[in-house]
Design a protein around this ligand. Sequence first.
Ligand code: PEP
Length: 266
Amino acid sequence: LVSRENHPQRSTVTVRGVPIGPDTVTLIAGPCAVETPEQTLEAALMAKAAGATLLRGGAYKPRTSPYAFQGLGEKGLRILADVREQTGLPIVTEVVDAHDVALVASYADMLQVGTRNAGNFALLQAVGAAGKPVMLKRGMTATIEEWLMAAEYVAQRGNLDIVLCERGIRTYEPATRNTLDISAVPVVQRLSHLPVIVDPSHSGGRRDLVLPLSRAAVAVGADGLIVDVHPHPEQALCDGPQALVNGDLDDLATVMRDFPPLLGRT
Ligand code: PEP
């Protein structure tokens, strides 16, 4: 279903009127985690000023440590919905448990499946049946074929509104949090008709790498970027070291402007 063999034209997925696909480069930005209404609104306004047309923000956080902040749950979803109301930005948010899919889908405009759940087939099937566009991150140890098969689980439930997100894979190199597999973008675009975006924040794990990796992603033909921003990263409850701050956002806007979309990328 997700292969290009039977579907030679690359697809565009529309999230509440915002397209992600070969005719544009879509910027999704926002806080890693929803912490407070003020922080989420401030981050959303920063994202919007940098050119973002979709707001990211996690209310359910899949953390490596069970002692780390796990997200605000439904309270976080309500904050996201309020901020959507105030900014007009549709929301992309993660769901980590098949039992929560209906609840998260009742607030979200796009459901995110994160790297840690990219092989959770019950969750993939549940999001496939939820009737909302899905952003499927690559499992940190998944081959491209495994990633596409995960997408196939979503598609099999009748949902082809899937955007794939390369977010770095685990390699032997400890200098970065993950290794951004930039070649995955054109490889997957040849194998699948689905749009492919890049997460330069979770791949590098470092603020100073977000702009160079964003440039690389846009240059290689990614259909969009998903970037963490935070008004006060030193106080962030999750992933502060990778969040862009106000001073960086002009540069991010420049990345989007300096590399004009390779419109009609095939
Ligand atoms: C996220 O985007 O909030 C996230 C946790 O990303 P990943 O699943 O890629 O680690």
